[in-house]
Design a protein around this ligand. Sequence first.
Ligand code: ATR
Length: 282
Amino acid sequence: MQKAFVAGWPISHSLSPLLHGYWLKKYGIEGSYEPVAVEPGHLREFLSGLPGHFAGGNITIPHKEDALTICDKVEPAAKMIGAVNTVWLEANRLVGDNTDAYGFAANLDHLAPRWREGNRAIVVGAGGASRAVIHAIMEAGYADICILNRTLARAEALTGYFSGRSDTGLSASRLDEAPGLLSSTDLLVNTTSLGMKGNPPLEIELADAKPGLIVTDIVYSPLETPLLKRAGAAGLATVDGLGMLLHQAVPGFQKWFGIRPQVDENLRQHVLAKVADKGRTG
Ligand code: ATR
């Protein structure tokens, strides 16, 4: 029997057991996926005990950066993003990857495939989730990405972090610069917690947006954030954030259980029914 885990602190809010549990049942796999509470500073100890017990698992807050230094081998996406969210064993060596960029891109591929034809993107936010989104957009071959953030210094630090790592041009601006940029932007992404239940909305004036603009959010609760609602009302294409959560889980499940699982409407409804008040991938 293959076993997988999600390790974090606290861990009770994770939706991953629900997701992987659905797939284990759907594909008739005799396996398990269990939450494990791992206290800060104890990840190395936990991961050293995997052989013979677990095929691998997910790593979540606050361990994603620590995992980068603990894995024996780190895949390129995780190196680029600076965090590991998925690990597995290969001949007793621990390999780490980051599947958030994959999940972000796969969600758009599914719901707005023309996103790959775009050239200019705006990414709002400069935290860990933003790095995964920027990596995905760079990989899609965009010419320019502008990072907008309340704290300009953090956006600038991120442009410094990514500079020279791809052909994509990066710039940093304050949040209030968005309207002037939107007439030539193909993709707008919110990676902040603005718009999540209980938080203020992300206020960006969309009146002058390019008609083909695609607006997406990594917040998935509510599913239709105020930003997506306004974008939809303005006739723009919108993609909600739940698909990123579902798709980012696919590569891990395949590594641990040997089957590439499908993201479909049934899974979406299954997870949606259990989504708590707040939610955001990354
Ligand atoms: P994560 O690593 O999960 O992405 P984070 O590092 O806490 O989370 O980053 C959260 C992002 O949301 C940041 O870009 C933050 O902006 P600052 O860098 O200025 O803090 C943004 N954010 C959170 N609350 C915000 C608010 N009320 N207004 C504007 N931006 C906000």
